[in-house]
Design a protein around this ligand. Structure first.
Ligand code: ADP
Ligand code: MG
Length: 268
């Protein structure tokens, strides 16, 4: 019974996500559609003027100017839709292929950082890492990497705008035999308390139309609590920076599959 409950919770979360994405795309796609229809009418009108002859040049020019405006609106709206899709792809990596296994956090961190090398250089951002090589997890490395990707992405996109040098500091320590603490800090612009209050809300972004989707921290929260079975909190001071603090169990239990759990068989 427990296994099917988890599945239906996941389905509900997926449903909410899909509904949100549909809602976000609705505006730019709807705009394009309306404007394209208006453009078709303009062309018809233009043809009518041409066929009837004797229409002043200035009237035709005005029609052409309107048509050009419509084309620009369509291009801008579709550009917005394309940006949204790009950012969805960035945050919503397929998790079904993520296998639970033993891994060193330092290794996964190193590999994830490597994929951001060019972006970090462009942002003039240095990364300090203090993660013991011996810190190992029995958990989901792909999910850990996705969390780190989103946090690095955020530091680059939000924290260091207009700053000379950004520094990201990533530290991890074992709190006890079962739990590690992972801290991800930047010395960037920080967040207002209003932003901090909404930071996990799906589609909350202060970068609408500038590469933001508002999904990053929502996905980070869902992975940390749902997949990695940990906790997360964010501390931020405007003008000083942001620290994301996560506690992660070193061993995440194997999920219960229907039919493999004796309790499950008995109840159902
Ligand atoms: P997105 O990055 O698409 O805007 P997120 O869910 O990743 O959405 O983040 C939500 C908001 O939280 C961002 O729009 C930004 O205002 C704020 N934010 C996230 N990370 C940082 C950071 N490291 N520094 C400052 N602000 C941040
Ligand atoms: Mg983000």
């Amino acid at each position: 019974a427990q296994a099917s409950l988890i599945t239906s919770e996941k389905m509900a979360a997926l449903g909410a996500l899909v509904a949100g994405i549909a809602h976000e795309l609705n505006t730019p796609i709807g705009n394009s559609l309306l404007t394209a229809t208006a453009l078709a009418d303009m062309v018809t009108e233009f043809e009518r003027h041409l066929a009837s002859g004797g229409v002043r040049r200035s009237v035709l020019d005005a029609h052409l100017a309107d048509a050009k405006k419509a084309c620009n609106i369509i291009a801008a709206s579709l550009g917005k839709a394309a940006d949204l899709i790009t950012s969805f792809k960035q945050v919503a990596v397929d998790q079904t292929s993520d296998q639970r296994r033993r891994f060193a956090l330092a290794g996964v961190l190193h590999d994830t950082l490597a994929t951001y090398a060019a972006q970090l250089r462009r942002a003039n951002c240095r990364v300090h890492v203090d993660v013991p090589a011996t810190l190992e997890f029995d958990s989901y490395p792909g999910s850990v990497s996705q969390v780190l990707s989103n946090l690095i992405n955020n530091a680059i996109l939000h924290a260091f705008e207009g700053r000379e040098h950004g520094v990201i500091t990533i530290t991890a320590t074992a709190l006890d035999d079962d739990t590690a603490e992972l801290r991800f800090a930047d010395n960037g612009v920080g967040m207002s308390s209003r932003t901090l209050n909404q930071v996990y809300d799906p589609f909350f972004t202060t970068k609408m139309g500038q590469g933001g989707s508002g999904l990053g921290m929502n996905i980070v929260y869902n992975i940390v609590t749902g997949v990695l079975k940990g906790t997360i909190r964010v501390e931020s001071t405007p003008g000083q920076g942001t620290t994301v603090i996560m506690t992660l169990p070193l061993r995440v239990p194997q999920p219960v599959k229907p039919g493999t759990d004796p309790c499950f068989e008995e109840i159902s």
